[in-house]
Design a protein. Structure first.
Length: 255
């Protein structure tokens, strides 16, 4: 089974790129973030024509998440029942006994802002919900844009970013708290090239200069992590015309 996650930064704009990438990389599951579409505008016809089922939760202009799957999805849950929230940031579904959770974690805007506190509260509630869900779903994959670079090696210049948003100590502690409930960062299961990132700012030629962050992640429950045989980041779509500022992360499992 091949799993992938990609913040597309508007599915309306990036749909041709998503279809192109799926044609070249026929993964079994693709989680999307920042679809920025209300549900009535989700491109169901085009996705189905590409051979995928879809579960989605969207809103106008902001946020929005979706799970695309070659096989039918069951037991779809939108949002965290422990954290009432109008923002569409979370969707979960089951495929082949694997519980897929697609998340778009809040950005936080600035350390000590109200949006930063919302981000930390959101992450705490997510961890509590996942702790409960794991009892029923030993095979779980948490995929999405976490808006957290968990270690200095996930940052192009740790000194520039030090104590700022996406790398602050509380955010990194929240990420580690997910690992503490028996989830594993699939990317770090394997030796990886240095300075491998999943997001680059549109400004200051950041992609060309490889001034990025690794903030898109696939976390696997312990039993599922034991079946992971690779995890990579595909930089190719970031070089396409009018790209998302993120690029896909892919994990391959022996199931």
């Amino acid at each position: 089974m091949k799993l992938a996650t990609w913040n597309v930064n508007s599915l309306k704009v990036r749909l041709p790129q998503v279809l192109r990438w799926l044609h070249d990389n026929p993964v079994d599951i693709l989680c999307l973030q920042e679809t920025k579409l209300t549900d009535d505008r989700f491109p169901v016809t085009e996705i189905e024509a590409a051979g995928y089922h879809a579960a989605f939760a969207g809103q106008k202009t902001y946020n929005g998440v979706a799970i695309l799957s070659r096989k039918p999805l069951s037991d779809v849950v939108k949002n965290n029942p422990l954290f009432p929230d109008e923002q569409q940031r979370l969707i979960a579904a089951t495929c082949d006994n694997v519980r897929i959770v697609c998340a778009y974690v809040p950005n936080g805007q600035a350390v000590d802002s109200d949006k930063y506190r919302y981000k930390l509260d959101w992450l705490t509630a997510w961890r509590h919900w996942l702790s409960r869900e794991k009892a029923d779903h030993p095979y779980m994959a948490l995929m999405g844009d976490y808006n957290i670079a968990p270690d200095d090696k996930d940052v192009h210049d740790p000194q520039i970013w030090k104590d700022g948003i996406l790398v602050s100590v509380p955010e990194r502690e929240a990420f580690r708290a997910l690992l503490d409930i028996d989830f594993v960062d699939a990317f770090r299961l394997f030796e990886q090239p240095e300075r491998t990132f999943s997001w680059w700012d549109y400004r200051q030629m950041a992609f060309v200069r490889n001034r990025g962050l690794r903030i898109d992640h696939i976390l696997l429950s312990g039993p599922l992590a034991s079946k992971c045989r690779s995890c990579t980041i595909d930089k190719t779509p970031r070089a396409w015309e009018k790209p998302s500022d993120h690029t896909p992360v892919i994990a391959e499992l022996d199931i």
